[in-house]
Design a protein around this ligand. Sequence first.
Ligand code: G3P
Ligand code: CA
Length: 328
Amino acid sequence: MKKKPIIIAHRGASGYRPEHTLAAYELAINFGADYIEPDLVSTQDGVLIARHENEISATTDVANHPEFAQRRTTKIIDGESKTGWFTEDFTLAEIKTLCAKERIPQLRQQNTIYDNLWEIPTLQEIIDLAKNYSIKLGRNIGIYPETKHPTYFRSINLALEEPLLATLGYQAENTPIFIQSFEVSNLQYLAQKTHLPLVQLINLTDQPFDCTVSGDIRTYTDLVTKSGLEEIAKYAQAIGIHKDILVPRDSNNKLQTPTSVVHNAHTAGLQVHIWTFRNEDSFLPLDFQGNPQGEYELFFSLRIDGVFSDFADTAVIVRDRFTSVDIS
Ligand code: G3P
Ligand code: CA
């Protein structure tokens, strides 16, 4: 039997429901996902909630709330100018008056029927959901939280790491957990505070924002050299990496020869989790148009250890079929 890569439901079953809602996580669990993934930002009163960005106009109905119109503003977040409404300017009670909506309605029009139905969940509510389903289904549902903009939130006295560890708390003992970040220094900090496995996220371009702030010139490309991976292994247990780094695409969207990153990461003692798998042709390489299953099979054959997917149902089906075949 082949090793079974884990299936991480990327923001929930976000191919089918507005992302980062309890309904999206619930569907992903029922699809058979091993982990559900909340991206985390902070409210004004220091509660961790699930959103991909702290600017929430793209994924909530905040613009339709006249009582919050005055809070629309412009801020610099991780070096980029953003205009809209920011979670750190709202208490949890205020956030709970908002509803989630589909991020990409032009592509996922069918998901818009769920717009304005569900509130924004807290990390605690997501943990409770996973624990309830673990009991109901008789299997442990994991949580795979990501700290979003950790340097920024620490700079405004709303650091994410302490409430994250406090919320995970004793529940961490029975719940499979990975903690992820695109930054380096907050993972190094967390490594001193917890034994939970940590994941260094690796983007296709640029550098970790905390490196930008500290004057560290290392880019994500530097982080996945052999020596870079050995450095990561000192504080993390896995890399969560853009899949195009493992199998680059050319200018015609065609896949090229796989790189040696998986082998080098495994040699350094790191698991390799890759993102993000989506069924729609607009995300797929030319080689797998109309065939998202083929893309999973390619990456499973490279012996990766986990995939983030918007379509956990497809991921689970292909993973189970792929790993049921014996290898010599
Ligand atoms: O966290 C890794 C994966 O989710 C990709 O990043 O931008 O979707 O949070 P993002
Ligand atoms: Ca994420």
